[in-house]
Every structure is written in C-alpha cells, then in structure tokens.
Design a protein around this ligand. Structure first.
Ligand SMILES: O=C(O)CCC(=O)C(=O)O
Length: 467
C-alpha cells in the first residue's frame, strides 16, 4: 500500500506484550505458563544465568574451530533494485555456508581475510545467521556451555541447554513469520536485542499460511510482514499483532500456535526451549499426514527438493513416512510415544497386533483422503484458488462441510451470478460464466486447448426442479 507520496506504509499498529514478574513459586509459574493463552515478557529474568555474559567473542574462544552452517542472505532493503523486497525471504532463498565461530566473529568485525568462506559476503550487504541449533548437538563436547542455561526460575528445573536451541546472528538476521505446530516456547535474549512480532492463532487466515517450503512443525506465512504486498494479501491489513523488543536478560513466553516474525536489531545471541504439551500428539499425526502427502505430490511433480523443502529438513521414503504416521497415531493412543516398527512376537509387523491396535496402510490413507467430505473441502479450496469466490453448495452431499461463505446468490469472481437462486442442490458453473476470463492470472500458463478441456460446469438441477 502506498501513501500520497508513493512511499510504502508498514504496519505500525502493533500492541504491547504484557510484562510479568517471576513468581516466588516457580511451580505455580509453570502451571500458569502451560495454560496461558497470551504472550508475556519477563524483563531481565535471565540476567543471573551463567550464560548471561556470552558474547560472539566468547563463543569464538570457547568453541575453537568448531564449524556449523550459517544462513546468509542479502539485506532486505538491498535486495530488489535497491528497493525494499515484498517477497518473504524463506530459508530456501538463503545461501548456507559452513564456518567456525571464530570466522563468523571476524566477519562481524569486518575482518574479511580471516572470515573463511564468509569473506565472499560483504558485511554491509548481507546478514548471517547460525540459527535453530540444538545445543545438545552443537555443544556436544562442551557440557559446561549446556549447563549454563537454566529454566528453573520458570518452573522447568528439568530443562537446561540440553533441551534448548541457540540462535546467533548479525543485525537484520531474521526468521520469516511462521507458527510452530508443537508446544509453547520460552525465549531468553542473551546478547544484543531482537524484535519479535507476534499474532494470535485467530489471525491465521489474515496471514496466508503455506506448507511450502515444507518443514516439519513449521507453517510459514506468505506475507513479508515487514513489507507486505497488500495487493496479493489484502487481509493482512486486518491482522492484529503484538510487538516486543527483547533486551539482554529478557525472557519471552510464546503461547502455543502463536505466529511470530523475529529480527535481530544488532548482533544477537538468544536461546529458547520448546515445552511439550499434551495436544502435541495429535498435532504430530497431522504433521505426519502433511509430510506424507506433500512429499508424495512434490516428488511426483519432479520438483527439485531445494525449491520446496527447507534445508533443515530431510524427506524420507513413503514407507518411512507411513511408519512415522503410524508412530504418531500410536502415541495418541497411548498418550506417549511408542515404536510401531517393533515386530510382533509372531513376527508380523503392525497389523493384527491386537484388535484395537491402529495401524494404517497406504490404502487406508487413500480411503481417508478421498472420502467425500475431504474431497469437497479440497474442491472448495481449489475453486477459491481458481478465483471463484462463492463455491459450490455442498449441503446435499455432506452437510458438515457447507462453505461458510455461501450466500443465497451464488456469484463468481467476475461478478456474474450463478443462474440459480436455490439454496440447495449442487452447482456448477454455467457456460456463459465459463466463457469469461477468470482473472487473477490463473490461466496464464494454460493454452486455449487446456481451458476448453475443463469440463463444462453447469448447475445440476434437483429431481424436484427437473419435473
Ligand atoms: O529467533 C529467531 O530468529 C526465531 C526463533 C523462533 O522462531 C522460535 O524460537 O520459535
């Protein structure tokens, strides 16, 4: 959106995140957090932690020549013709370089000749991020570093660096707006400051979620929320968000299913711990289903993995995905994780282990996803995508999935009404509607031939009307 001078207007109307104090009874705080629905910031709550004085120089000294992957990206305001970029920078748009923390530290200080492969990225033009690193792996040989992290004051004495993730980046290093599928989150800012913009789950439709690039447990927003393209994503203007700037020592609580965009305002070190919740088991089943479907379709399409798969992700075979799905189902059943790959005593795998044992096969999955209610729901989405605002009235076929957007008159995007006012019966597009352009560039790559091969969409009369 542009103002009268033609300048871009960014969303500024973010609300403040509530500040809370640590409780004298951490057990009570734990219970509160596990049930809390809103974010909260605990100012200075990590100030006394043993890791509170960590700096990039300290990590460079401690870790010696330990190497890790850094995500490198052109700074946003340089990326498109010298102007600001409206496209969301996903991980798939970044370059990954293996470097040591010493080389990263030299790069931060502008010392190109000692920054290894990072030297090919000019400090002023790029940001660099060692993000999403499990401390249990990164600091495998550094137990004293893992012990410096302590979530005890929040009522989680069982959590240390072993259950935490670390994020070390230069100014402007950012993580696109996304929502994590599992758990809730505690984030401690250790060095430098970071901006967090958060949106509640109720804003999901204003954030245009997508599963591409695919990452298990992360759903990304298509909107570059720092520079939204409101022509493509008009509803984002209505999204009500919260903003907080974390300073060293601050701890942020992120409730389950809250969207977040994160940006380092200067060189920053932060760490977080994702806390499991009971509902995660069901979420895991959903994730397993999505992984199985996305990977089957993308593989079949022949798309190169780097175009749809986040670099942190490895995609398995169909059999592995099915096994993952079955393990997730099993975990829901038992309220805990279990290994369904373990053979039964009689040597059979999975099936018939006992009459109540749930194990689903590819055919079971096909039957589920081709059931009328699922197909109707997908069709409704496809019609929407196709530019048809008011979708088919599905009430006869499956009462449960009538599109909420249905109104008495069935209209399509080009403004024509469907030739029927009946509120029941199923609808198809009539010939006159079909001959109109559908708009929104949907057919850009389609030939006339392909269009004419679309089945003619006509309203199907009910028996009563026909007679
Ligand atoms: O700090 C970041 O860049 C992202 C952190 C994040 O997404 C998380 O803790 O869930």
């Amino acid at each position: 959106m542009a103002d009268e001078s033609g300048l871009k207007i960014n969303k500024t109307h973010y609300r403040e995140v509530q500040s809370l104090s640590l409780s004298s009874c951490p057990e009570k705080l734990r219970i509160h957090l596990l049930e809390r629905k809103d974010p909260a910031v605990f100012d200075g709550a990590a100030k006394q932690w043993a890791c509170s004085d960590w700096t990039p120089e300290f990590l460079a000294q401690e870790l010696g020549d330990l190497r890790t992957n850094f995500r490198v990206c052109a700074r946003q305001n340089l990326s498109v013709n010298g102007g600001s970029c409206e496209k969301t920078i996903m991980e798939t748009d970044c370059v990954f370089e293996k470097a040591s923390f010493e080389e990263f530290n030299q790069w931060l200080n502008g010392c190109t000749e000692r920054s290894g492969c990072l030297s090919r990225f000019q400090r002023e033009n790029y940001w660099c991020y060692a993000d999403y690193k499990y401390m249990a792996q990164l600091f495998k040989d550094f137990p004293h570093l893992r012990k410096s992290v302590d979530w005890n004051c929040f009522g989680f004495p069982e959590r240390s660096g072993d259950e935490s993730t670390i994020w070390i980046g230069s100014a402007e290093a950012s993580t696109p707006c996304h929502v994590d599928t599992y758990g809730c989150n505690l984030v401690a800012q250790i060095y430098g400051s970071k901006k967090w913009i958060l949106f509640p789950p109720s804003e999901t439709s204003n954030l245009y979620p997508t599963r591409i690039p695919y990452e298990e447990s992360s759903v990304f927003s298509q909107v570059n929320i720092t520079n939204p393209d409101l022509t493509r994503f008009p509803a984002f203007e209505n999204a009500l968000g919260y903003e907080v700037i974390l300073k060293p020592g601050d701890v942020l609580f992120v409730p389950k299913k809250w969207w977040h965009y994160v940006e380092s305002l200067e060189t920053s070190i932060s760490m977080n711990t994702w806390i499991e919740l009971d509902c995660d088991h069901l979420e895991r089943v959903k994730e397993a289903l999505i992984r199985t479907l996305v990977s089957a379709l993308k593989k079949e399409e022949g798309a190169a993995e780097e175009t749809w798969l986040n670099p942190s992700e490895e995609i398995g075979t169909h059999a592995q995905n099915m096994s993952y799905l079955n393990r997730a189902l099993c975990a829901v059943k038992q309220g805990t994780s279990c290994d369904v790959d373990t053979p039964n005593l009689d040597g059979t795998l999975h099936r018939h282990m006992d009459r109540n044992q749930t194990t689903i096969s590819t055919d079971d999955l096909i039957n589920s996803i081709t059931s009328p209610e699922v197909i109707n729901a997908i069709m409704s989405k496809a019609l929407d995508k196709f530019g048809i605002f008011q979708t088919i009235n599905l009430s006869l076929e499956s009462p449960g999935v009538v599109d909420q957007k249905l109104e008495p008159k069935q209209t399509v995007k080009n403004g024509r009404n469907m030739n029927c006012n009946s509120s029941s019966g199923s609808y198809e597009l009539d010939e006159s509607v079909r001959s109109e352009p559908f708009g929104s560039g949907f057919f850009e790559s389609s030939t006339e031939q392909e269009i004419s091969e679309c089945p003619p969409l006509k309203r199907v009369c009910t028996d009563e009307e026909r007679n």
